[in-house]
Design a protein around this ligand. Structure first.
Ligand code: URA
Length: 424
């Protein structure tokens, strides 16, 4: 491989120039193997943050990240594979009811997931609240579960796009996460390397999302879908609101409990609506003829959930952990809830112990914020707006501080749809 001078490449990008395919291949390989130092890649990430990448550069950058690791192959399965990826949101437990629902419709759903960092929780952290459940499966265990049960939620092995693992950790500590091309290449390198036939993306928009405006979210969706299609993956995206947390529960065990309510035919209406909307797209992308709403109502998705938990050592009937301490936040006056700021709730849940500050930190299974109201609800002075749950009562004051101003009480509230657009 031709050698380049990384400082020249940083200068090129910093000045708004474009990098060639050879330069990108070298850069990603040299960073993955340790030739390029973290501080140099940080400078490059910041240059990309400000200058962006055109479509050709983005596709080469993504290909180079895929080439940094292994590619998986699901072609031996008897069912079509279809996966979902969310760009991350507060209270986003949709994978939990969605994966068994789509499996119950006849697909194989490989959800290779991660742990949370910062204010959005990780799917594995949520699932690990279930007593006995394990995230690490061998390749053979995963394939067997996909064939026999139809859905698996497990840890992505270290071999999948290792360049992204390194680069994502660096972006997280250098203020370069919120870059459209860096997010797009990060997500799609993992999804393309995973080898799914079809992919539905849930691109979040609003105060609790990486992309705060609908325009940016649409651009991110366009670039994600473009990368997927170019790689032969049947890809489409929904753009969905993330101003307000999804559902009532923001934490680990409490989100599992809410997901189980959905599988049992109940649950908050926004969680049900988004689960069914994503399931419809996934079922269609997989070429199956099933109605997810009917399948959910039949209880078949709950059966798959139970089988999925048991297959990974968990007990679907075991009680979920309960926080040692709980504290309510009360309405300061009468009114109608017009807004609940997702970012503030995410930070409060994180401070209570549901999330981690460093990737090696443990999370508390029972900690989090349980909302007691939704936008549109009328409240009276002193009524609980949220319950703060933690095993560490000393965390409550800082969590309360994060929730200062998070609830807006007014005179009336409009009903806003959760799905605001799509990119095919
Ligand atoms: N999720 C990812 O996998 N990567 C990003 O860059 C952002 C969200």
């Amino acid at each position: 491989m031709t050698q380049f001078d990384v400082v020249d490449l940083i200068r090129t990008k910093r000045g708004g120039g474009r990098l060639t395919q050879e330069e990108i291949d070298w850069l990603i390989d040299a960073y993955t193997t340790g030739t390029i130092a973290d501080e140099q890649m940080s400078a490059m990430a910041m240059a990309v943050f400000f200058r962006g990448m055109d479509d050709a550069e983005l596709s080469q950058w993504t290909d180079a990240m895929i080439a940094s690791g292994d590619r998986m192959d699901f072609s031996g399965l008897s069912r079509p594979t279809v996966d979902k990826h969310s760009t991350g949101g507060v209270g986003d437990k949709i994978t939990l009811p969605l994966a068994p629902l789509v499996a119950a419709c006849g697909a194989a759903v490989p959800q290779l997931s991660g742990r949370g960092l910062g204010h959005t929780g990780g799917t594995l952290d949520k699932m690990e609240a279930i007593p006995g459940w394990r995230a690490n499966l061998t390749h053979d265990e995963m394939m067997r579960q996909l064939e026999e049960v139809g859905a698996v939620v497990c840890a992505a092995g270290p071999g999948l796009a290792p360049a992204d693992k390194k680069l994502y950790a660096l972006r997280d500590v250098t203020g370069t996460v919120e870059s459209i091309p860096l997010i797009a290449s990060s997500i799609m390198s993992k999804k393309i390397a995973e080898g799914t036939d079809a992919l539905v993306l849930d691109v979040k928009t609003g105060s609790g999302a990486f992309m705060k405006t609908e325009e940016d979210s649409r651009e991110l969706a366009r670039r994600l879908v473009g990368l997927g299609k170019a790689a032969g993956v049947n890809t489409s995206a929904l753009i969905t609101r993330m101003d307000v947390p999804l559902g009532y529960a923001c934490g680990n065990g409490i989100e599992v409990a809410e997901a189980i309510e959905v599988l049992a035919g109940g649950g908050p209406s926004d969680v049900v609506e988004l689960t069914v909307a994503l399931a419809r797209r996934m079922v269609e992308a997989a070429g199956l003829d099933a109605d997810p709403e009917q399948v959910l109502a039949s209880g078949a998705a709950m059966d798959v959930w139970r089988a999925m938990i048991r297959a990974q050592g968990g007990d679907p009937d075991a009680a979920l952990p309960i926080a040692k301490h709980s504290d309510d936040l009360h309405a300061p006056h009468d009114g109608v809830v017009t807004d609940i700021d997702a970012m503030s709730v995410g930070i409060a849940a994180w401070r209570l112990g549901a999330g981690r500050a460093r990737k090696e930190d443990p999370v508390q299974a029972a900690a989090g914020v349980l909302l007691r109201v939704r936008p549109g609800d009328r409240v009276v002075t002193g009524q609980p707006l949220a319950t703060l749950l933690t095993d560490a009562p000393e965390a409550v004051d800082r969590a309360r501080a994060a929730l200062e101003g998070a609830f807006t009480l007014g005179d009336s509230s409009d009903c806003r749809p959760i799905v605001v657009g799509h990119v095919d």
